[in-house]
Design a protein around this ligand. Structure first.
Ligand code: NAI
Ligand code: MG
Length: 500
């Protein structure tokens, strides 16, 4: 393996960015943490430290929430006409587009993903998301309600309005750092909320750059605040803060539960997008040329660090060998490398902690009797690289079949009939996504309603759109993101009832 010196080849803007003291953004100003503390940020492709970022804790969160509250009440924001808010959001999208290559490079360096993917998925997705959400301010309508209270003689005129919920805490993970931030900040801005964004400690860089671009776009100070820090520090302080009206979170089911408990103090509104163990179901009639490639990408995309990753491959027994062999061949053929190397197809996992966790799962699966058709281990090189892994001889009770691994590891199991596969698909605590690979409309229509998941894809997987509701059944979450359903969760409905 040739050595690759990513820091030397960075764009000048990113070299400058990384050389600066990277502060938090509070009330329109970039500031150090009150404690003066910083934390190190690493390049997962080399394991080397690349930046030092201000470490926010409860005191900084308090300042950020105060700034967000003041901005929420300020006429400059609350009184802004819908069209003006739309124009501001479009300006932010345009600025992100103008800085797209820099942001993609920064995301790749920080997260590990191939830079092309960062550009065409993460950054392009962020721009698209902002533009979709920028359409909403002028379309947040209420309704008129026919009121016929039986015990009153009066006539009434009643209508509803949708008002911004208030100060929103956005706590996001490290798998799509910038895009996850956009998924939360954009609908909040569209509805007139103000936000405190806490990026994941593994990947704070693009969130800070995003905060800078928000200021450059001309949003009033305090509308978007960014507080980098750890979960137990800044994250927990946000979740329990008495002046936060809503918390929106993407991450582990375990932390989702903690956030729910913390939110109980002032009964803040909660949206949770949590773990998954999404099945990819390959029926007997599936077009295997499409299904094999599709199933491989369903799990290996973003190194398997995707909440909807197709991490359980359920294959009709007639196709089992052909599909697992096909997926294993794809798994073994990927070119692994540093995210900034243009040849790279799969990058490293995000952190030492994550690769240890994923390798621990594979070990437990092998100890339980599973067999690795491909991969199975960490690579002996700098950075956190793991060969994509296909496990067979897996049974429903195994830990690798039940728990979210969040890495490039798929478990494959055969099925014989449609009732069996529906039960198998539903046999985890999660319910985020599922895909069905078939050419038979009857099979598709039988399975889609039987599967308890927030999204069911047919002959595709991981297709996510700003307009299409996304979220979890069961322990995969509360509420939906995207589309009208997602936007409405950043509002309160008010009924106004007039006696005529
Ligand atoms: P995590 O759930 O701990 O982290 C996600 C975010 O929550 C980060 O910003 C973190 O700082 C914050 N956080 C952590 N503890 C918190 C607390 N007590 N209060 C408030 N915020 C807190 O996820 P982690 O530890 O990085 O990864 C562990 C596992 O979680 C992964 O292996 C994967 O299974 C799952 N995960 C799922 C994601 C998804 O998209 N659904 C994303 C990231 C992780
Ligand atoms: Mg954690």
């Amino acid at each position: 393996m040739t050595t690759f010196a990513p820091l030397d080849m960075l764009r000048p803007a990113n070299k400058d960015f990384l050389a600066r003291p990277l502060g938090m953004i509070i009330d329109g100003v970039q500031v150090p943490a009150q404690s003066g503390k910083t934390f190190d940020v690493f390049d997962p492709g080399s394991g080397r430290q690349i930046a030092r970022v201000a470490e926010g804790d409860a005191a900084d969160v308090d300042l950020a929430v105060k700034a967000a509250r003041r901005a929420f009440q300020d006429k400059a924001w609350s009184g802004m006409k819908a069209h003006a808010r739309e124009r501001l959001m479009h300006r932010l999208a345009d600025l992100i587009e103008a800085n797209a290559d820099e942001l993609a490079e920064l995301e790749s360096l920080d997260q590990g993903k191939p830079v092309g993917m960062a550009r065409h998925v993460d950054v392009a997705g962020t721009i698209d998301y902002l533009r979709y959400m920028a359409g909403w301010p002028s379309k947040l309508e209420g309704s008129t309600i026919p009121v016929s209270v039986p015990y009153m003689p009066n006539r009434f005129f009643a209508y509803t309005t949708r008002e911004a919920v208030g100060v929103v805490a956005c706590i996001v993970p490290w798998n799509f750092p910038l895009m996850m931030a956009a998924w939360k900040v954009a609908p909040a801005l569209a509805t007139g909320c103000t936000v405190v964004l806490k990026p994941a400690e593994q990947t704070p860089l693009t969130a800070i750059r995003f905060g800078e671009l928000v200021m450059e776009a001309g949003f009033p100070a305090g509308v978007v605040n960014v507080v980098p820090g750890f979960g137990a520090g800044a994250g927990a302080a946000l979740a329990r803060h008495p002046d936060v009206d809503k918390v929106t979170f993407t991450g582990s089911t375990e932390v989702g539960r903690l956030i729910l408990q913390a939110a109980a103090g002032n009964l803040k509104k909660v949206t949770l997008e949590l773990g998954g163990k999404s099945p990819a179901i390959i029926c007997d009639d599936a077009d295997l040329d499409i299904a094999i490639g599709g199933a491989a990408m369903a799990i290996f995309f973003n190194q398997g660090q995707v909440c909807t990753a197709g991490s359980r491959l359920l294959i009709h027994k007639r196709n089992f060998d052909k599909v697992v062999e096909g997926v294993s061949a794809i798994a073994s053929g990927f070119k692994l490398g540093h995210g900034l190397d243009p040849e790279t197809q799969l990058g490293p996992l995000v952190s030492r902690e994550q690769i240890d966790r994923v390798c621990g799962y594979v070990k437990s699966g092998l100890a339980d009797g599973a067999r690795a058709l491909s991969g199975g281990t960490m690579l002996e090189r700098d950075g956190y690289f793991m060969q994509p892994t296909v496990l067979v001889d897996t049974r429903p009770g195994m830990k690798v079949v039940q728990e979210e691994i969040f890495g490039p590891v798929v478990v494959a199991m055969p099925f014989s009939d449609m009732d069996e596969v529906a039960a198998l698909a539903n046999s985890t605590e999660f319910g985020l996504g599922a895909s069905i690979w078939t050419r038979d409309l009857n099979k598709m229509h039988a399975l889609a309603p039987a599967i308890k998941a927030g999204t069911v894809w047919v002959n595709c997987h991981n297709v996510v759109d700003a307009a299409m509701p996304f979220g979890g059944f069961k322990q995969s979450g509360w509420g939906r993101e995207h589309g009208k359903a997602g936007v409405e969760l950043y509002t309160e409905t008010k009924s106004v009832c007039i006696s005529l």
